[in-house]
Structure formats: structure tokens, C-alpha cells
Ligand binder design. Structure first.
Ligand SMILES: *[C@@H]1O[C@H](CO)[C@@H](O)[C@H](O)[C@H]1NC(C)=O
Ligand SMILES: *[C@@H]1O[C@H](CO)[C@@H](O)[C@H](O)[C@H]1NC(C)=O
Ligand SMILES: *[C@@H]1O[C@H](CO)[C@@H](O)[C@H](O)[C@H]1NC(C)=O
Length: 470
């Protein structure tokens, strides 16, 4: 049933006003050099794209007068408690987040603290006309926090799932049927040292080939001329199919491991905005296209638009907006009043557009439903990831020991009792170790970094998490 307020606004032909409390944004890097050689970096065009997108988010969420301005956010001067930004420790993703943040909080020009009058009357301005240093948290690949953006790496169950995909009849028959098409690109690619003969080109490297040619088309005049638009479209469509299949499979949860931890990260960040009464206002995560594809499958965005089967453009963004009907109290946020809206923007063109999540019809969901649906799909703890992946990376070993003792080989009643005693001892020991590890590696609790693990929330101490200052 329509409330009278909704009815009124419908009659007046206006949207119901809202108060936005916070947003979590995930961005893909902008234009870059090819991934083929494993040393990809953001180009000047790419940095400009991420900067442009950051500036557009500024217009929507920071600028005074925007109907979506986040309640209480500092419009011009960066305030560290309001913003959380993180990226894996890779140059391209750190630079992506940096360029976005440059757009979000541009130089302050004549305002403090970027500009001050000293006691002797001299004016001092920080470098680059008052450039603001927004803190960006880099994440090392041996830190438990690595799973939130890169949950698809070092995950044996996912690797096994991908091998199964690549040897499946559907996949191998596509490799066979598209072989002549792929081999026709040999002349354009023979200067790439690892491509020695036409037979090294096939659907099995669909993304790699698309990427080499896409980068060349943007940066190299001779390639632009040599590949027709129709062929290029075909290459991209095949890469879409290959990469979507690598990122999501409804029948195999392991396939979307990266998207499931990402869902956990989004939920953790939004929850921090709720529990901090809106103190944390803007979270930025920088990552890759596979997270978009995996999440599109996981959250059933493909039901809202088949375009979600396709690779997102460079500098694409997903945003999760936490809001309540206007007039709702600022300060303590009541979950009953809160809603979440998912938005997507494909690259730097076009508008940030809302899409219904989870195969529904509504463009926003009540908090309780959003939380329930996300939890049903997400991996929300490091332990959960370690066991889903059966990973043996160092930070998982602590959980592995517990598991091994529980499954000890002795099966008599006596052995059971002994086992229980041993297990208790191990748990106590392991518990202490986990706590220490949390203290050493935990994220900056008070500002709402993604938790190293649920346990970690107890030990919210400043830590040694590597920090990169923008
Ligand atoms: C004022 O003080 C600053 C900092 O000590 C110094 O760098 C600057 O040269 C001084 N200006 C004048 C006019 O003395
Ligand atoms: C541009 O493409 C041509 C033909 O594919 C290749 O030989 C050349 O090395 C490329 N140039 C650059 C700068 O990558
Ligand atoms: C984004 O753009 C690409 C290229 O134009 C397209 O293939 C893909 O389907 C688009 N994705 C969405 C969700 O619109």
C-alpha cells in the first residue's frame, strides 16, 4: 500500500527526498598497458579516466546542493575519519584509487590546512596548489585482508573449478569451433614474442588476445587500421563469455569466490557506517573486472540486464548507497529506516544507474533484506575463505591446525576424550595466536577498515598494515 507521503510525491511528480548516510564504491582501473606481460600500468588516459570518475562521484555525493550529498560529509576538506580507501599493493590499483581520490578531494587552493599564514606573515601553501593527501590503505598479498578484493587468488578450490571449466565439453568445443577465427589474428599479433605460431591463438586465451588487441587499438595506429569493428566486437563478445564463465557458475560456488568475499567486504563497510552512526561515509575499493562479472552473477544482476554478462569498460564503478527517507534522524541510525541501492556506471560515459539486486524488481531494498541476501552469498570471515578455498597460505594455517585435530584418525570413545582434551588445548593456543596476529595485522579498527577477521574487531588497535599516502 502506498503511504500518503509517497502518494503526495507521486501526485506532485517528484521523487521522495532521501538522506544518504554512506556509500561503498568499487572501481575498475582506467586505461592501461596490456596485461599480457604481467607488468601492466595505468596510462595517462587511464589516470584521467579514474580522476574524472572520482570528480563525478564528488558531484553526486560531496557537493553542496546535490540531492544525494552524504549527510555531514566534508565537502572540500578531506577528513580522515569519514573516508576509507583501499587497494591491493599493485601499482596500477594503488594509482587507480589515487587518481579517483584526487578527483574526489581536489586541491584546497586557499583554504586551511593546505594554505596558512605563518607568524611572520608569510603565506605557506602545500605543494601542487594545495594538493590533499588522502590516506590509502595498501594491502599486501600475504595479509589476510587480501581476500576482500583479491579473494580469487591463491584459492585451490577455485583453481580446480577453473580447470574443470576449461576441460568441459562446452568449453573445448568452443575452442575448436572458433579456432580459424582466432588464428586469423596472427598477422596482427606475431610481433608478440610468446605468440610463435597461429596455433597459439585460441578461445582458451580469449581475454589475453582481446586485451592485446584492445590496448593496441587504443594506442597503436597500425593495429587500429588492421582489425575491423565487426571482428573486434566478436573478439570482445567471446572474451565476455570466457571471463563470465571464469567468474561465476550458479552450480559451483567456488567459481565466484572473489565475488563472495567482495560481497563480504561491502557488507562489512556498510555495517560500519550503520554502527558508527554514519561517521564512516565513503569507502573506496579498487580492483579488476572479474569482481564485476562475479558479483553480477552472484547478485543476479544479469536478470536485470543481460549487459552484465559483458566486461565492464575501464574505470567502471559499482556503488552501494545507504539511505533513509529524508527527515530521518541523523546520529544513531535505526536499521528499520535504512535502505540500500545498487548503482553501476559503465566506464566514464553515461550516468550512474540503479539496478535491482537479487533478481527483484525494486531499485532499492530495506536493510534487513539486503543484509540477509548478502549474507546468504558472502564470505564474511578470513576463516570462511580459508575453508572454502582449502587454502594453505600462511594466514590460513592457524585454522587448518584446528581442522586437522578435529578430524583426527582415532575413532574409539577413549580416543574421543583424549582428542577433546587435545583440541581444547590447541584451540586455546590457536586462539592466543589469532589474537596476536590480529593485533599485528588487523586493520585500523576505529576508522572502519575491512576487518582482518571477525575476531579482529575485539582488538581494534592501530596496526602495522602497510599504508600508502596519496
Ligand atoms: C617566515 O618563516 C618561514 C618559516 O620559518 C620562513 O621559511 C620564511 O622565509 C619567513 N619569511 C620571511 C619573510 O622572513
Ligand atoms: C604497433 O603495431 C605494429 C603491428 O602490429 C607492431 O609491429 C608495433 O610494434 C606496434 N607498436 C608499438 C609501439 O607497440
Ligand atoms: C559495458 O560496456 C561494454 C562495452 O560496451 C558492454 O559489452 C557491457 O555489456 C556493458 N555492461 C553493462 C552492465 O552495461
Amino acid at each position: 500500500m502506498l503511504t500518503s507521503a509517497t502518494l503526495l510525491s507521486l501526485l506532485a511528480g517528484t521523487a521522495v527526498a532521501e538522506t544518504v548516510h554512506g556509500v561503498v564504491v568499487f572501481t575498475r582501473h582506467g586505461d592501461r598497458t596490456t596485461k599480457h606481460y604481467g607488468a601492466q600500468s595505468l596510462t595517462s588516459l587511464g589516470a584521467t579516466q579514474n580522476f574524472q570518475v572520482g570528480s563525478d562521484y564528488r558531484v553526486r555525493y560531496l557537493a553542496a546542493g546535490s540531492p544525494h550529498q552524504i549527510a555531514g560529509i566534508s565537502e572540500s576538506k578531506y577528513i580522515s575519519s569519514q573516508i576509507y580507501a583501499t587497494a591491493p599493493n599493485s601499482g596500477i590499483l594503488l594509482n587507480t584509487a589515487t587518481a579517483f581520490l584526487q578527483g574526489l578531494y581536489p586541491p584546497l587552493v586557499d583554504l586551511a590546512p593546505a594554505s596558512q599564514i605563518l607568524s611572520n606573515g608569510t603565506k605557506s601553501t602545500s605543494p601542487l596548489n594545495g594538493y590533499q593527501y588522502v590516506t590509502l590503505q595498501g594491502v599486501k598479498d600475504n595479509s589476510p585482508d587480501t581476500i576482500w578484493i583479491k579473494g580469487d587468488e591463491s584459492c585451490p578450490t577455485l583453481d580446480a573449478s577453473l580447470s574443470a571449466l576449461e576441460s568441459s565439453p562446452h568449453f573445448t568445443s568452443l575452442v575448436a569451433s572458433t579456432r580459424p577465427f582466432y588464428e586469423s589474428f596472427y598477422p596482427a599479433l606475431q610481433s608478440v614474442s610468446s605468440i610463435r605460431s597461429p596455433s597459439s591463438l585460441s578461445f582458451a586465451s580469449a581475454y589475453d588476445i582481446f586485451d592485446l588487441l584492445n590496448v593496441a587499438r587504443i594506442h597503436n595506429t597500425s593495429t587500429t587500421a588492421s582489425i575491423s569493428d565487426a571482428n573486434f566486437f566478436q573478439l570482445r563478445t567471446l572474451a565476455d563469455a570466457a571471463e563470465f564463465a571464469h567468474s561465476y557458475d550458479a552450480a559451483d560456488a567456488a567459481r565466484s569466490t572473489g565475488a563472495r568475499t567482495f560481497a563480504g567486504a561491502v557488507l562489512a563497510q556498510l555495517t560500519k557506517t550503520v554502527t558508527s552512526a554514519g561517521a564512516l561515509k565513503f569507502s573506496l575499493l579498487a580492483g579488476s573486472y572479474d569482481t564485476f562479472l562475479g558479483f553480477a552473477g552472484l547478485a543476479d544482476l544479469t536478470a536485470a540486464s543481460a549487459d552484465f554478462f559483458g566486461l565492464p569498460e575501464y574505470a567502471s564503478t559499482m556503488a552501494f548507497e545507504l539511505f533513509s527517507a529524508a527527515g530521518g534522524s541523523t546520529g544513531v541510525l535505526s536499521k528499520d529506516d535504512l535502505h540500500v541501492r545498487f548503482l553501476f556506471r559503465n566506464g566514464t560515459e553515461g550516468a550512474l544507474t540503479a539496478f535491482p539486486l537479487f533478481g527483484g524488481k525494486e531499485e532499492s531494498l530495506g536493510w534487513a533484506e539486503f543484509e540477509r541476501e548478502m549474507q546468504a552469498r558472502a564470505i564474511t570471515t578470513v576463516e570462511g575463505w580459508c575453508s572454502a578455498c582449502r587454502s594453505e597460505v600462511d594466514f590460513c594455517k592457524v585454522y587448518g591446525e584446528v581442522g586437522a585435530k578435529k578430524e583426527g584418525g582415532m575413532s574409539t570413545a577413549v580416543a574421543g576424550v583424549v582428542g577433546a582434551a587435545v583440541t581444547l588445548g590447541v584451540v586455546a593456543l590457536v586462539g592466543g595466536f589469532v589474537f596476536m596476529m590480529v593485533r599485528r595485522r588487523g586493520s585500523r579498527g576505529e576508522k572502519g577498515g575491512i576487518p582482518a577477521q571477525r575476531l579482529g574487531e575485539k582488538g581494534s588497535v592501530r596496526s602495522f598494515t602497510s599504508e600508502v599516502t596519496v
